[in-house]
Design a protein around this ligand. Structure first.
Ligand code: NAG
Ligand code: NAG
Ligand code: NAG
Ligand code: NAG
Ligand code: NAG
Ligand code: NAG
Ligand code: NAG
Ligand code: NAG
Ligand code: NAG
Ligand code: NAG
Ligand code: NAG
Ligand code: NAG
Length: 592
């Protein structure tokens, strides 16, 4: 096992790169799933190969989600089956809004949840850096962060204008097919001073501020970070990101408060936001850390008090950012005690430990809605539409908070609890499945992602084609249901659709495991092709229990439209089930 001191020494010796990190050897590609059967040789040196694969795959997933000109970027396109596409995004505003990432199994680009994703990725790079460096994955983290931040910079063309979505939600939901025929037009929707989006401005500002620290570890006092930053070092890029963060925050702080969903209702209901107090506080606190300016700290604290943000018990997710606030306050109380003092406030480390530990202890005790029978944390009702995302996010928070806990017992408790969840996600579950595509022969094989599926038949998404031609390595699907059951049905978005936010804390977790010299992840213990197929039928918001299974239109429906064209049939099929795809209406997890 590598001690943390050894890890620190290795990182200190690693050369600092001035700008983009080029891969040091051949471009890393995911190995075949059968590699997941091979236990790392006992006593072998170097970073754990399985955790390296899990980390590498999790970053490769973001490559598969890229939009725009895929020849661009530091190391080109690693995903041979993806094509350059949607170069006209933004043309309705005379702007170039190509690039960025497709949100989930579809092709829209959604800035609000994307801010959550970029924040979590950047926070992981900032604090679990040795894991990325030791496994040579820093270049791919850099590639992912730049691909995302470069697009956010384009989406923020003037102080108050921030594009919050590209693509028409309805057209996007109804399309099932590859990346060469994505339906047009692709309208772009901004917020601005007359149509404010306090939530999306500050969500994006928080991501930019965290990114600024990830690209300049010197901005952050590492004594509070779980480990240390990656070797990423690009002061110019960091300064650019910080400027965007400051401007967005300033606009949000001086404009009438409103959610982007209320200000731009024509976007529809892909992501309906219900508030902005949490993003406002997280942005202020991230800016305080990145600038060392107590004015931002005062804002964060005042927002926390004014909106009574104590005792939040929901998930850390795109629509509920408060759990991250507790942990970040504790980190700052440790690393930057001057910030509170400069704002005329007590540096209340004990208070922030109490707040964070009350949150974690509530979940460890099962009070949040309990667990599945086999022990996966279940946030009720948020987890109904995606079990894995909130747990992966929770593990990230617990692992980074553990060293700051008020007692050695709590440090050990949080780490042990996080391990139970990691084990479940990586195969210690009644389905015998590691819930990451391409990692092991038992991994899910039918994620609901239009580009990887190779399908374009909305009438039979589940079985046409029977086997997906492309493997979207690293994708983490919605996950099993509360019964622990998982069907691997491509037409079930609840269980099978991957998304940018679902995966966003996984790199931090895998990097932590690498940096701390962990032994193999659970899945190497699973024999090939032992995944369990449930004998009953799914019963969730995608495939309701009381409805006929929608893999095909009923005979009556087909008869009724038999005179219609093939296009007509396709549209009816789309209405029959695609209309319900990953619609995230207001999230009850965000309410106390
Ligand atoms: C994509 O970018 C590459 C590299 O800059 C360029 O050569 C190519 O023409 C671009 N492709 C398109 C379709 O614009
Ligand atoms: C990382 O890259 C360096 C330089 O190419 C190489 O010597 C080393 O073996 C690599 N480490 C891993 C874990 O791949
Ligand atoms: C990319 O284009 C090729 C044809 O050049 C096509 O076979 C492939 O399916 C396309 N990929 C996607 C995701 O549509
Ligand atoms: C401000 O945003 C609204 C809502 O998206 C949009 O309709 C309007 O055109 C924007 N105004 C400007 C000046 O861009
Ligand atoms: C844009 O924001 C920056 C920083 O907040 C400020 O200095 C500048 O004056 C603003 N520009 C305009 C046109 O409002
Ligand atoms: C999105 O597309 C639908 C279907 O074509 C159309 O009815 C709707 O007006 C479009 N919405 C916007 C905001 O463009
Ligand atoms: C605070 O934000 C959350 C999450 O966005 C929201 O659900 C809640 O209604 C907001 N509370 C207030 C008082 O604005
Ligand atoms: C945000 O606005 C409040 C109220 O106007 C002000 O007191 C505070 O100083 C502003 N924050 C920053 C960082 O400028
Ligand atoms: C603040 O929230 C806590 C926990 O939900 C609650 O007990 C308390 O009554 C609230 N305080 C106010 C002033 O609303
Ligand atoms: C510190 O935090 C605790 C718990 O939130 C709170 O009760 C206490 O009043 C705070 N103390 C100061 C000096 O702010
Ligand atoms: C789950 O998705 C359904 C269908 O889109 C939606 O009506 C419901 O509100 C969502 N549930 C939660 C808890 O977000
Ligand atoms: C923490 O303390 C409790 C109560 O004393 C004990 O039961 C538990 O085993 C301890 N946990 C760890 C991880 O040391």
């Amino acid at each position: 096992m590598l001690s943390l001191a050894v890890v620190g020494a290795l990182v200190a010796l690693a050369p600092l790169s001035a700008a983009q990190v080029k891969p040091s050897g051949p471009v890393w590609m995911p190995p075949p799933a059968t590699e997941g059967l091979v236990a790392a040789a006992a006593g072998s040196s170097g970073p754990n190969k399985q955790w390296t694969n899990a980390l590498g795959n999790s970053l490769y997933f973001y490559d598969a989600q890229r939009s725009g000109n895929l020849s661009l970027g530091t190391y080109g396109n690693r995903v041979s089956w993806r094509n350059t596409t949607l170069l006209g995004d933004g043309s309705d505003w005379g702007l170039d809004l190509s690039g960025g990432f497709h949100d989930a199994g579809d092709y829209i680009k959604c800035t609000y949840p994307f801010g959550f994703t970029m924040f979590a990725l950047s926070w992981g790079a900032l604090s679990f850096g040795p894991g990325f460096d030791l496994s040579n994955q820093t270049a791919y983290m850099d590639g992912t962060l730049r691909w995302g931040f470069d697009w956010l910079i384009k989406a923020h063309p003037s102080n108050d204008t921030l594009f919050v979505q590209v693509g028409n939600t309805t057209l996007d939901n109804d399309y099932w097919g590859g990346d060469l025929n994505i339906p047009l037009p692709r309208p772009a929707f901004p917020v601005n001073r007359t149509h404010p989006g306090t939530d999306v401005w500050t969500s994006t500002a928080a991501a930019f501020a965290m990114g600024a620290m990830a690209y300049d570890g010197g901005l952050w006092n590492t004594s509070a970070a779980a480990l240390a930053p990656t070797s990423l070092q690009d002061a110019n890029y960091s300064a650019t990101l910080l400027n965007h963060a400051k401007t967005l925050y300033d606009v949000a702080n001086t404009t009438t408060k409103a959610t982007f969903s209320d200000s731009v209702p024509e976007i529809g209901d892909a992501y309906v936001s219900t508030g902005w107090n949490d993003t406002l506080a997280v942005a202020a606190l991230s800016l305080a850390a990145a600038t060392n300016d107590s004015a931002y700290y005062a804002d964060a604290y005042n927002t926390y008090v004014k909106y009574n943000m104590t005792a939040y018990r929901g998930a850390w997710c795109w629509e509920g950012r408060t759990p991250a606030l507790y942990v970040l306050f504790a980190e700052i109380a440790t690393a930057r005690p001057n910030l509170a003092a400069g704002a005329g406030l007590a540096n209340n480390l004990t208070g922030w430990q109490t707040e964070a530990e009350a949150y974690f202890d509530y979940i460890v005790a099962g009070n949040n809605g309990g667990t599945t029978p086999a022990g996966l944390v279940y946030y009720s009702p948020y987890s109904d539409n995606n079990t894995l995302q909130p747990v992966i996010a929770l593990i990230h928070l617990m692992l980074r908070y553990a060293p700051l806990a008020s007692s050695a017992n709590k440090t050990a408790t949080y780490r042990a609890f996080a391990d139970t969840q990691i084990d479940y996600i990586l195969g210690k579950n009644p389905m015998n499945r590691p819930y990451m595509v391409g990692l092991h022969p038992n991994s899910p094989k039918n994620p609901q992602t239009a580009p990887a599926s190779g399908g374009d038949n909305v009438l039979d998404v589940r079985n046409d084609p029977p086997t997906e031609p492309y493997i979207i390595y690293g994708a983490i699907p919605g996950g099993p249901l509360k019964s622990d059951e998982f069907w691997d049905y491509r037409d079930d978005w609840v269980q099978s659709e991957p998304a940018l936010d679902y995966s966003s804390s996984f790199p931090a977790i895998a990097a932590y495991k690498i940096a701390t010299g962990a032994s193999d992840p659970y899945y190497v213990k699973l024999a090939a092709d032992t995944a369990v197929i449930p004998s009953d039928q799914p019963c969730d918001n995608a495939l309701p229990c009381d409805a006929p299974k929608k893999k095909k239109l009923s005979g009556g429906a087909i008869a009724g439209i038999v005179v219609g064209s093939v296009v007509g049939v396709a549209l009816i099929g789309a209405l029959a089930w695609l209309v319900a795809r990953r619609r995230r209406s207001s999230n009850p997890a965000a309410t106390k």
